[in-house]
Design a protein around this ligand. Structure first.
Ligand SMILES: [Cu+2]
Length: 681
C-alpha cells in the first residue's frame, strides 16, 4: 500500500533454482500468452526508434493489450493473431504522459494518446526523481532536524522516505503535474522499512515541476523509540521450532503446465501475468464426460484498495489503490517451493520488463506458483461396517505481492467437484503511528458493564487503542475486487439473486417451511447488491437458454464469505473506489473494461467517470455477454497481537456449480471401504 524505496526484492532472489518453467522456453503461440522477453525488448526498440520522445522520458506499465474477445474465441491453433502492447510513456521534461499502443506485428507505434491530467501509476523512476526533490528542499531537512533527526548530508542518505501516490485526494483537484506524497520514517537506525512515520510532516512533490508543492509541517505526537525492527532478533523474541510438514506426491502430480495452459483432473485453464494485475486466468473449462465446458473467459483481481481512516487530515488521504498505482505484477515476489509455498509446488518464471536491466528484462523470477494441497475429505458416507469416501485435493494457482508494509497472497483455488474460489491471504505489518499516551486510559472503563450507559472514552483513544507505549495501530480496510467474466456454456449469461425466508406453515408442521425468492436482474444498474446474512443471500450466474433434461439452467452460485461494508462517504461512490460500495456488480462485457477503478485512477478528479459505477449503467445484463465483479473487504482494527507482524488472515469467496452438472461430478473419486471405521471398532 505504500512503497519504501526501489522494490529491492526484485533483485534479491534471482539465483534461486527450483522446479521452474523457464521463461526462455515460453514461446508465444496463443493470443493471450503473456509478453515474451523478445517481445519486451522489441517494444522498447520500437519506442526508442520512433524518435517521438525526449531523453527525459520513461516507459512503464508495459503490458499485452489483449485482443478483443471475439478474436480470441474465434482463434484456431496455428492461425495469425494480433500482438499489441500498451505502454505508459511519461516525459518528465515536457510534463506529459501518453498511452501508447505498440504494434509488434507492424513493428511500429499504432496509436499515441495524450492522457492530459490523468496520470499512470508509479514507476521506478519516480522514486529517484522524488528523492532529488526532497534533497533539494531545505525546509524539509530543517523540519526533520527540529524533530531530533541527525542529518549530516543529503536527507535521503540517512532518512527513510515512504512514497505514496496521490490516488484520490480532492484537495488536489486543481493541481496538475505528476504528484507523489512523501512521509518520513522516524527511526534512522532501523533495518526494517516499516517504522512509524514522523507525525505531522508530509510533503507532496510534483515530479514534472521538480519541486515540493505542498509541505505540511504541523505539530504531531512526538516520535518515541519503540521496538518495531523485525530484523532485530530481540524484537522477534526467543526462537521457537516446529518440525517441517512436507507435501509429498509419490505418484507424481495430477497437473501439467504446457504453453501457459494448466490441466488438472477435469479442469483446464490458461494463464498469463501482467504488470498491473499479476496473475490472470483465462478460458477456464471443466471436462464433463466428453465435453470441455466453458465456465469463465477471464478471471483476475481487478483492484485492491487499502483504506485508512485516521481522525485527522494526516491519514484520511490514504485511500490507496494498490493495483492501479503500484502494479501487483510489478511488485510480485519470487517464491521458492518448500519455503513460501509447499514443497510440491511448481513455480513459473515470468519475463518482466525491467527498465534498469541492460537487456530490459528480468526473466528469472519465479513469480507464479501452482500446487495441489490436501484438503481433508471431499465426500464421505458412512454405514457402520462400510463407507464411501473421497479425499479432497485442491489446485492452487497464485502469487504473492509485497505492497510496502503488507504482503498479500492472491490465490485461485480449484476443487474436484467443479467449484472454485478465490482466497486473499493478508500478511505483513500494520501501519502504526505515534501517540503521546503510554497506556490505554479508557480500557478499564470500557471493560466494565456499560450496556445502559456508554463508557467514557478519551477522545484520542476513540479511533485506535494503544498497542505499545507511544504507539497506536491505525484502523483500516482492505478491499479486493475480483473481475470474473463468466461464460457458462457460451457467452450469453444472466444473474439471479436468491433470498431465503420462511413461509407457509401447515397445521401439521412444527416450524415454517424454508422458502426462497428469486429475482433476475434485467439491468446492470439493478445488480449492485450487498450481502445479506439475514436472508442467506446468494447470487447465481447462469445460462438462461441452456436448460438440461430437468429443465434446469446451468449456473454457478457466488457464496460470499467474510466481508464488510465500506467506510467511505457517499461522495466517493462514483469514483475509483466505487467498487467498495457493493459486494456484487454485474456489467455487460465491453472490450477494455478490465478494472473496477478504471484505467487511470491516479490523481483522479471529482469528475472521474471511468469506474465500475459507470460501467454498471442501464444496459441489459439478461442473456448477454456479462461480467461479474465481486468485492470482498476486511475491516482491520489492529490488536496487540498484530505487532510487530500480523499473522495470516484469509478472505475468500467460493463459486460453486448450481445446476451446471446433473450430479456431483466428483463421484468418480470415491472408493468404497469395507473396513469398519476406527471409531466403530
Ligand atoms: Cu490490515
Amino acid at each position: 500500500m505504500d512503497l519504501d524505496r526501489i522494490p529491492r526484492h526484485f533483485f534479491k532472489f534471482i539465483f534461486w533454482i527450483a522446479l521452474v518453467v523457464p521463461a526462455a522456453a515460453q514461446t508465444v503461440n496463443h493470443p493471450l500468452d503473456p509478453l515474451s522477453a523478445e517481445e519486451l525488448v522489441a517494444t522498447r526498440d520500437i519506442l526508442k526508434a520512433s524518435g517521438q520522445f525526449s531523453n527525459g522520458t520513461e516507459f512503464g506499465w508495459i503490458e499485452l493489450s489483449e485482443p478483443p474477445k471475439k478474436i480470441v474465441l474465434d482463434y484456431a491453433p496455428g492461425a495469425e493473431f494480433p500482438r499489441q502492447v500498451h505502454v505508459a510513456v511519461i516525459d518528465y521534461d515536457k510534463g506529459k504522459a501518453w498511452r501508447v499502443i505498440v504494434d509488434l506485428r507492424a513493428k511500429k507505434i499504432a496509436s499515441q494518446t495524450d492522457l492530459g491530467v490523468r496520470q499512470p501509476g508509479i514507476i521506478v523512476a519516480d522514486y529517484r526523481r522524488a528523492d532529488s526533490i526532497i534533497d533539494a528542499d531545505a525546509r524539509i531537512k530543517e523540519a526533520l532536524i527540529k524533530r531530533g533527526l541527525n542529518i549530516p548530508g543529503k536527507t535521503t542518505d540517512t532518512v527513510r522516505l515512504r512514497y505514496y501516490p496521490v490516488a484520490i485526494d480532492n484537495t488536489l483537484d486543481r493541481q496538475t503535474g505528476r504528484l507523489m506524497r512523501i512521509l518520513f520514517s522516524a527511526d534512522q537506525k532501523a533495518q526494517s522499512d516499516t517504522s512509524a512515520n514522523i507525525e505531522g510532516l508530509m510533503a507532496i512533490v510534483d515530479l514534472y515541476a521538480k519541486k515540493v508543492i505542498r509541505l505540511e509541517d504541523v505539530p504531531g505526537a512526538k516520535s518515541a523509540p519503540v521496538p518495531h525492527d523485525v530484523f532485530d532478533a530481540k524484537v522477534r523474541g526467543a526462537p521457537l521450532t516446529a518440525k517441517a510438514i512436507a507435501a509429498a506426491q509419490p505418484d507424481g502430480r495430477n497437473f501439467t503446465i504446457n504453453n501457459h495452459s494448466i490441466d488438472w483432473l477435469n479442469w483446464q485453464l490458461r494463464f498469463s501475468f501482467n504488470h498491473r494485475e499479476g496473475l490472470v486466468l483465462h478460458q477456464i473449462q471443466f471436462r464433463d464426460g466428453d465435453h470441455a465446458r466453458s465456465i469463465a473467459y477471464r478471471a483476475s483481481v481487478s483492484e485492491i484498495l487499502t483504506s485508512y481512516a485516521g481522525p485527522n487530515g494526516y491519514w484520511s488521504w490514504a485511500q490507496i489503490l494498490d493495483e492501479a498505482l503500484f502494479g501487483l505484477g510489478h511488485l510480485a515476489i519470487p517464491v521458492r517451493a518448500g519455503y513460501q509455498v509447499p514443497s510440491n509446488a511448481v513455480t513459473v518464471a515470468v519475463p518482466v520488463p525491467d527498465l534498469a536491466a541492460t537487456n530490459f528484462v528480468t526473466d528469472n523470477s519465479d513469480l507464479i506458483y501452482v500446487y495441489e494441497r490436501n484438503a481433508g475429505s471431499l465426500i464421505y458416507y458412512d454405514e457402520l461396517d462400510r463407507a464411501v469416501h473421497a479425499p479432497a485435493s485442491e489446485l492452487v494457482a497464485g502469487f504473492f505481492v509485497a505492497l510496502g508494509n503488507y504482503v498479500y497472497g492472491l490465490n485461485w483455488i480449484f476443487k474436484q467437484d467443479g467449484s472454485f474460489g478465490f482466497e486473499a491471504q493478508l500478511l505483513g505489518a500494520i501501519v502504526t503511528t505515534f501517540t503521546d499516551a503510554t497506556t490505554c486510559k479508557s480500557c478499564p472503563a470500557i471493560a466494565e458493564p456499560n450496556d445502559r450507559k456508554p463508557a467514557h472514552r478519551e477522545q484520542s483513544e476513540q479511533f485506535a487503542d494503544v498497542l505499545l507505549p507511544n504507539l497506536v495501530g491505525l484502523g483500516h480496510q482492505h478491499w479486493f475486487n475480483l473481475r470474473i467474466d463468466f461464460d457458462l456454456d457460451g457467452v450469453r449469461n444472466a444473474v439471479m439473486e436468491t433470498n431465503v425466508g420462511t413461509g407457509h406453515q401447515s397445521p401439521a408442521a412444527k416450524t415454517p417451511a424454508i422458502i426462497t425468492s428469486r429475482k433476475v436482474f434485467e439491468l446492470a444498474a439493478s445488480a449492485k447488491r450487498h450481502m445479506n446474512h439475514e436472508t442467506s443471500r446468494t447470487w447465481t450466474i447462469y445460462n438462461p437458454t441452456a436448460t438440461n433434461r430437468m429443465m434446469r439452467v446451468p449456473g454457478y452460485t457466488v457464496m460470499p464469505g467474510d466481508n464488510t461494508m465500506t467506510i467511505l462517504p457517499a461522495a466517493w461512490q462514483k469514483g475509483p473506489a466505487a467498487f467498495t460500495f457493493n459486494h456484487l456488480w454485474v456489467t455487460p462485457y465491453r472490450d477494455g473494461q478490465l478494472y473496477a477503478s478504471g484505467a487511470y485512477p491516479n490523481q483522479s478528479k471529482q469528475d472521474y467517470n471511468d469506474s465500475l459505477f459507470y460501467y454498471a449503467d442501464k444496459s441489459s445484463i439478461y442473456n448477454q455477454d456479462i461480467v461479474l465483479w465481486y468485492s470482498l473487504g476486511h475491516t482491520h482494527l489492529p490488536r496487540p497481537e498484530d505487532f510487530p507482524l500480523i499473522s495470516s488472515k484469509k478472505l475468500s469467496v467460493v463459486f460453486y456449480p448450481n445446476g451446471f452438472f446433473e450430479r456431483n461430478p466428483a463421484m468418480g473419486f470415491t472408493r468404497v471401504t469395507r473396513d469398519p471405521p476406527p471409531s466403530k471398532q
